[in-house]
Design a protein around this ligand. Structure first.
Ligand SMILES: Nc1nc2c(ncn2[C@@H]2O[C@H](COP(=O)(O)OP(=O)(O)OP(=O)(O)O)[C@@H](O)[C@H]2O)c(=O)[nH]1
Ligand SMILES: [Mg+2]
Length: 286
């Protein structure tokens, strides 16, 4: 299946980012820790330039802790820190403020010496539905930015003030015009960064089952009390899920779409257990 989703509001959002980046001291780049590599927007590289970055590996309540450790190292670079996080947890934002203080230490000291009281500004960016607005609300302790469990909830940029003379810019989630790597496109679809309406749920679920059998077979099989058999095809597993769940339509046919959506929903809500879709790419030194 070829996956494509690049609505007009994302082009606009990106153009705004090109302007707003000039106003900020730092970037808070939110990645979904279940697919942090896939969440990297190739268009950002040029826009962000040399700005310090906090990579937030968000939703670690849903991802594989071993792989998160790897990705944390991977995204720790000169001038960039990586922070694993659960943005929905009270006080989770403190780790971000701490990271901000580390990355901007020199600037903060200079400002202090000169008696400058300018606010620190950060732009919060990332793919749709990765938790940008939730993180901002966590940091300000109030529901200032609209959130929702579907992609493209935030449609306009919005400045939000938080304690410590810090201002955060919420931005709409953005993707890029074409996914060169189909696996990346699929990972983004599985984590619900791509609108479900542009996807074929049954096809997506079959691809997902194939991936689960390769990477987390036991977690997948256990969820539906299925047994592994060599040569059993994804479609046969999907049929069994429909059977177990009694997803049958009139005439006794399986309700394939309902079964497909149930599997994707189980993954998205963490009911298949802790799963990370992006495999470590290379050895990262300790
Ligand atoms: N399990 C879990 N869910 C989270 C976490 N952070 C955010 N969410 C949920 O993810 C969904 C999307 O959150 P938003 O903050 O609206 O995401 P966003 O990045 O602002 O999305 P757009 O504005 O659409 O780009 C919401 O249902 C949040 O409750 C987390 O750490 N763990
Ligand atoms: Mg948002």
């Amino acid at each position: 299946m070829i996956i494509q989703w690049y609505p007009g509001h994302m082009t606009k959002a990106l153009r705004n980012m090109e302007q707003d980046v000039k106003l900020v001291d730092l970037i808070i780049y939110v990645l979904d820790s279940r697919a942090p590599f896939s969440c990297q927007n190739p268009q950002f590289t040029e826009i962000l330039g040399e700005k310090p970055i906090i990579y937030v590996l968000n939703k670690t309540d849903l991802s594989d802790p071993q792989k998160t450790k790897y990705w944390q190292k991977y995204f720790t670079k000169p001038n960039a820190l990586a922070v694993p996080l659960v943005s929905t947890m009270t006080n989770a934002g403190k780790a971000i403020v701490d990271a901000m203080n580390v990355l901007l230490q020199k600037k903060l000291e200079r400002n202090k010496q000169k008696g400058i009281t300018m606010p620190l500004r950060a732009m919060v960016i990332g793919v749709p539905n990765c938790g940008k607005s939730t993180l901002i609300n966590n940091l300000c302790g109030k529901y200032k930015a609209i959130t929702g469990n579907r992609p493209s909830v935030t449609r306009n940029t919005q400045w939000v003030k938080i304690a410590g003379n810090i201002e955060l810019l919420d931005t709409p989630g953005t993707l890029w015009p074409s996914f060169e790597d189909n696996e990346i496109a699929h990972n983004l679809a599985y984590i619900n960064a791509i609108k479900d309406e542009v996807l074929d749920a049954s096809e997506l679920a079959l691809d997902f089952i194939k991936k689960m059998l390769e990477t987390y077979p036991q977690q997948f099989l256990d969820r539906y009390s299925l047994t592994f058999e060599q040569d059993k095809q994804p479609v046969e597993y999907l049929a069994e899920v429909c059977e177990v769940r009694k997803f049958v339509v009139r005439g006794g046919e399986y309700d394939w779409e309902r079964g497909a959506k149930a599997i994707l929903d189980d993954f998205r809500k963490g009911r298949l257990g802790a799963i990370t879709l992006d495999e470590p790419k290379e050895v990262v030194s300790e």
